[in-house]
Design a protein around this ligand. Structure first.
Ligand code: COS
Length: 387
């Protein structure tokens, strides 16, 4: 049912096949249990690293595969179709910290962090949000103060995906002073590692969905960060984060398309086998129309996502396009998973079938890396920003 609306090259189809086979063989048998146990399988990071999937868009010179965005997203969708928790780990790592170091990192930072991240030896995480700075990300309060060549960081980051396992965390902190607040321009990006004195992992969230992906708070308490861990320019961290989220949102859109595709497939299969009133329920028009609408929303989400990815690969600004892709795909995923449960009836409401997990996993795609409301703000602002 997974139509390629954008014609894929032979290489793209091959990577899609590798992702699908890996997901079905190594992930699918465990997904339900990992979800129940809130278990993150560390061996997966190394296995995905061996396939090159932790360096998909990193050039070969930095030990990555050097693939384009569309190829990455096609593979990511395949993983998400099987397990959205594994997909978010891949999405964050490939879209945010690695791309930030690739774009703005020094040669030394690329050598020390980017290369091992591309090989899957170090897992990346991204720490922008704080308990009181979510949608209003520029209101973050974590403070960085210079001390000789080092920086001393104090504050709490929130909603950090892969937070308990993240080995290279791109953390945004204020480098302006209380007497000279500079808003978004007072924020810088730092490469933080868990071995720094003053770093600790705080509360692990007990989530509705994506339960196999650890989401935590991180505490920085007089955390001493060497000067060479500052990424790029002082005061540019918020801009870097926003530009990176343009990429990140494509990853979340691919995750949402994968979740919706899985729900569509499960519902279509169930409708063919479930009999009521003497015939398979797929023969009732009420079910056919529902499946048709689900398939249409999955296809249109995928088409928009692929169009945004190819625009990015052409070097175009994709701020509006990526927010559109995420908005469309995440709302479609929530709608499609809701319809899937309706087709399953009571069986959709219990854990014997995968659709209740897909429904729980879909919800977060409307929330993280910018809520649907934030995506609408970005889309609307972009309409006027170039006129
Ligand atoms: N690409 C490049 N630069 C960008 C940008 C983008 N996509 N978005 C904003 N910027 C720049 C602006 O151009 C501005 O730069 P200047 O100082 O040169 O003017 C600066 O960043 C501040 O932008 P802006 O004034 O638009 O900031 P706001 O505080 O109004 O915030 C929103 C804008 C709401 C879009 C932003 O806070 C946001 O995306 N919030 C959601 C955060 C999010 O997704 N969090 C999830 C984290 S992962 S769980």
């Amino acid at each position: 049912m997974s139509w390629a609306l954008t014609p894929l090259t032979e290489e793209q189809r091959e990577i899609q096949r590798v992702a699908r086979e890996f997901a079905e063989r190594e992930i699918a048998p465990h997904s339900a249990q990992w979800d129940r146990d809130q278990y993150f399988e560390p061996a997966l990071v190394r296995q995905l690293g061996d396939l090159g999937f932790l360096g998909m868009m990193i050039p070969e010179v930095y030990d990555g595969l050097g693939l384009d965005t569309l190829t990455y997203l096609v593979a990511l969708e395949e993983i998400a179709t099987v397990d959205a928790s594994v997909a978010v780990m891949l999405s964050v790592h490939n879209s945010l910290p690695t791309q930030m170091i690739l774009k703005w990192g020094s040669d030394k930072q690329k050598e020390c962090f980017l290369k091992p991240m591309a090989r899957g030896e170090l897992l990346g995480a991204f720490a922008l949000s704080e308990p009181e700075a979510g949608s209003d990300a520029a209101a973050l309060r974590t403070q960085a103060v210079r001390d000789g060549n080092d920086w001393i960081l104090n504050g709490t980051k929130a909603w950090v995906s892969s937070g308990t396992k993240g080995e290279v965390i791109l953390a945004m902190a204020r480098t302006d002073t209380p007497d000279d607040r500079r808003g978004a321009r007072g924020i810088s990006a730092f490469i933080v590692t868990p071995d720094l004195p003053g770093f600790s992992v705080g509360k692990k969230e007990d989530k509705m969905g994506l339960r196999a992906s650890p989401t935590v708070q991180l505490h920085f308490s007089d955390m001493r960060v060497p000067g060479d861990r500052l990424l790029g320019q002082i005061g540019s961290g918020f801009i870097y984060a926003m530009q990176s989220l343009d990429n990140g949102r494509l990853g979340i859109a691919a995750q949402a398309v994968g979740i919706a595709e899985a729900a569509l497939r499960a519902a279509a299969a169930y409708a063919a086998e479930r009999k009521q009133f003497g015939k398979p329920i797929k023969e009732f028009q009420a079910i056919q129309f529902r499946l048709a609408d689900m398939a249409t929303r999955v296809a249109s989400s995928r088409a928009l996502l692929h169009a945004a990815a190819t625009a990015k690969d052409r070097g175009e600004r994709i701020t509006q396009f990526s927010s559109m892709a995420k908005l469309q795909a995440s709302e479609a995923a929530m709608w499609v998973t809701t319809q899937a449960i309706q087709i399953f009836g009571g069986y959709g409401y219990v854990t014997d079938y995968p659709v209740e997990r897909l429904f729980r996993d879909a919800k977060v795609t409307e929330l993280y890396e910018g809520t649907s409301e934030i995506q609408r703000i970005v889309i609307a602002r972009e309409m006027y920003s170039h006129t």
